[in-house]
Structure formats: C-alpha cells, structure tokens
Write a protein that binds this ligand. Structure first.
Ligand SMILES: [Mg+2]
Length: 234
C-alpha cells in the first residue's frame, strides 16, 4: 500500500523550464550574427549534456554552457556585452518567485488529509532549490526535501532505505520520464507522469508507453488523488 508520495519540484510543483527557454531565445538573439537559431539550440544542448558530469544540473551549469556556446559559435568574437547579457539573465532566473502550477496547493492538502507522507526529490543547485522551496510556502507540507545530483535508480533506492520505505509503498510524481518515473518503476515503486509544456530535451525519452512501462499518466496535478485511488484497487 502506498504510504509515501514524492514529488519532483521543477515543472511539477512550480514553473522552471520556461526561464531556461527564455535563456535559449536570448542566446540565439546574441549569436544571430554568427549562426542560425537551430545551430545555437543544438550546440547548447550538446554542450550542456557534455558538461553535466562536471557541473551537474541547475542555473549555474546552464550559464556556463551558454557562455561556452557563445564563445564557440562566434569563434571567440563575443565580448563582455554579450557575456554580461547572459549573466543578467542568470540573475533574473535566480530571482524568480516559485510560481506554483495549477492545482498544486489544493491537491497537496487533499493528499495530507488522506494521511500520505510527502517528500520532494529534486535535482539542481542546492541554494536555488532551497530558495524556491522557501518562496513556494510549501515547506510545511513535506517531511523531507532531498536535493540530489542525479536521479538514478540507485538514488531512489538510497532514499527509500534511509526513510525505511519499501518500494511498493512509494509513489513518485514528476514531469520527466527519464529522471522521475522510469528509475522508480525499475526499483519496484509507482510513478505518475505529468507532462509539462516545456520539458528539456535531455529529460525526454522516446519509445515509452505507460502501458508497457508500468507508469500512470495524467494531464494535470488535480487528477493525482483520483489516479492514486485507481492504483490502490489494482
Ligand atoms: Mg522536473
């Protein structure tokens, strides 16, 4: 029986990727004299992905990859004006309020009334993720807030053993099949996938289906209590 529900944070509880998307648009504009939009987008993704093992996830890592892309695609021509625009955008991202997605607050209330224990498992910069949690005013609802460097099956297994949770007592909710859903299914837990309009290409997995891979898909956060009831009867 499910006792614990864990939530991804970015683009599950609050908006996030749209600020990264704005950064991509800015970078394409800065590099317009050198390369077309598609090349900028593809190079940024490739540089971000190759930097992940070094810098991890989050805004600071994104910023370093933006700068590296700008230098590479302009053959070293970009100057302090362009670099400064990138830094300003990073500061803008870091100062955004945590904008809750529709239905989050009401749904969390319902889940608490049903006696579920709640936690958050998120990647990203520790300081930024803590800032957003404080801003979101959701802190009081969660018993645990885990900021991890990656979300692999062993990451989840480690968290479950730390809190003394069996896999079949654990359900993870998130917008990334790669990070939030498939690793949890792999260790024997439940996954509820809520797609978001913007999902970083790195987090997308092709060729999966809820039917074949054993997760549940809903369109909005509000459907969560309903789908949990359905899982309980399986
Ligand atoms: Mg997410």
């Amino acid at each position: 029986m499910i006792r614990w529900i864990a939530f991804d944070a970015d683009d599950t509880l609050w908006e996030n990727e749209k600020y990264y998307h704005k950064g991509q648009v800015l970078l394409a504009a800065l590099l317009e004299p050198y390369q077309p939009n598609e090349v900028v987008e593809a190079t940024l993704l490739q540089i971000e992905t190759s930097n992940l093992p070094w810098y991890g996830y989050g805004i600071k890592s994104f910023g370093l990859s933006m700068i590296e892309t700008a230098i590479q695609l302009s053959n070293g021509e970009v100057g302090s004006k362009e670099i400064n625009s990138i830094l300003n955008h990073l500061r803008y991202m870091l100062s955004q309020p945590a904008e809750l997605l529709p239905g989050v607050l009401e749904t969390i209330d319902i889940l608490l009334q049903k006696d579920f224990r709640l936690m958050v498992i998120t990647k990203g910069d520790l300081l930024d993720q803590e800032r957003k949690l404080t801003n979101s005013k959701l802190q009081k609802y969660f018993e645990a807030y885990e900021v991890v460097s990656d979300k692999l099956d062993e990451t989840y297994a480690r968290i479950l053993s730390r809190y003394d949770i069996l896999p079949n007592e654990f359900l993870m909710v998130g917008n990334s099949l790669r990070s939030d859903i498939l690793p949890v299914i792999k260790i024997g837990g439940y996954g509820v996938y809520i797609p978001h309009t913007f999902t970083w290409e790195h987090e997308q997995v092709s060729g999966t289906s809820s039917h074949a891979d054993g997760y549940f898909q809903i369109e909005s956060f509000k459907e969560l209590p309903g789908v949990i009831e359905k899982i309980k009867t399986l």
